[in-house]
Design a protein around this ligand. Structure first.
Ligand code: SAH
Length: 229
């Protein structure tokens, strides 16, 4: 199965950007996912390619017009979810990333200026997703971060499927601390237990560490409940 992604943007040249490198880039070359960046300006009604206008009711900035954006959606939509990257959306979580990685088609609207006309969201049943409680200049950056997280979960992208199992957020836990060689560096030693070769004790230690780190840094995750034990 291939994940088909359509991006609606006024800056198509940003794509694939960093998604074209490393694991996500290899997966793109191999056809595990496809990416098409559509220029919303191509659907403008004037020769200047105007996509925005002043906000009704006054206020600062510009708003993306519903008629132009609507036309871009209608000419390019081939099924599946329509997502608008938006600070007002539901915060993206690893659980949501897993859900998105099982979709076949994603159409993603990238806002600019002060955002898009609310009627577009109502008309097309658009789902709003936020990547965090801060404001970016555009949805392109947010879309790329979300896609990076989604694509690495597609079958065949990571060499070892097991490598995601213990990662931060996978069981509502942050990951335990990790070490590699040299065993001693600047007088700091790798914890003895990790060099013991006792797999059961190592796994126990790692679970305890993960719990402790999560308790101190992100108690909110523990309130969601543990998926193991
Ligand atoms: N006036 C808007 C912010 C507009 S920022 C507000 O106050 O809610 C411009 C565009 O950047 C948005 O349309 C959105 O597509 C994108 N964007 C900004 N912050 C984002 C975030 N945290 N998550 C997802 N997209 C974001």
């Amino acid at each position: 199965m291939t994940l088909n992604v359509k991006i609606l943007t006024i800056f198509p040249e940003i794509f694939p950007g960093f998604l074209g490198t490393s694991l996500t880039g290899k997966a793109l070359d191999e056809g595990i996912w496809r990416l098409e960046a559509v220029n919303i300006r191509d659907y403008a009604f004037d020769k200047h390619g105007s996509v925005d206008d002043t906000p009704c009711g006054g206020g600062a900035g510009m708003i993306m017009r519903p008629d132009v954006l609507g036309s871009a959606i209608e000419h390019n939509y081939t099924g599946g979810k329509i997502i608008y990257m938006s600070p007002k959306g539901k915060p993206l979580t690893q659980a949501k990333v897993h859900k998105l990685s099982r979709e076949e088609n994603l159409t993603i609207i990238c806002g600019r200026f002060e955002g898009i006309d609310e009627r577009v969201i109502e008309e097309y049943g658009v789902e709003e997703i936020s990547i965090g409680d801060y404001i970016l200049t555009g949805g392109e950056q947010a879309a790329m971060i979300m896609l990076d997280a989604v694509v690495r979960l597609l079958p065949g992208v990571l060499g070892n499927a097991a490598s995601t199992e213990n990662e931060s957020f996978e069981q509502n836990l942050l990951e335990y601390p990790q070490y590699t060689r040299p065993i001693e560096w600047k007088g700091r030693k790798v914890p003895d237990i990790l060099m013991s070769g006792h797999h059961e004790n190592i796994a126990k230690w790692q679970r305890q560490q993960a719990l402790q780190i999560t308790r101190t840094r992100r108690p909110d995750l523990l309130e969601k409940g543990l998926d193991f034990e």
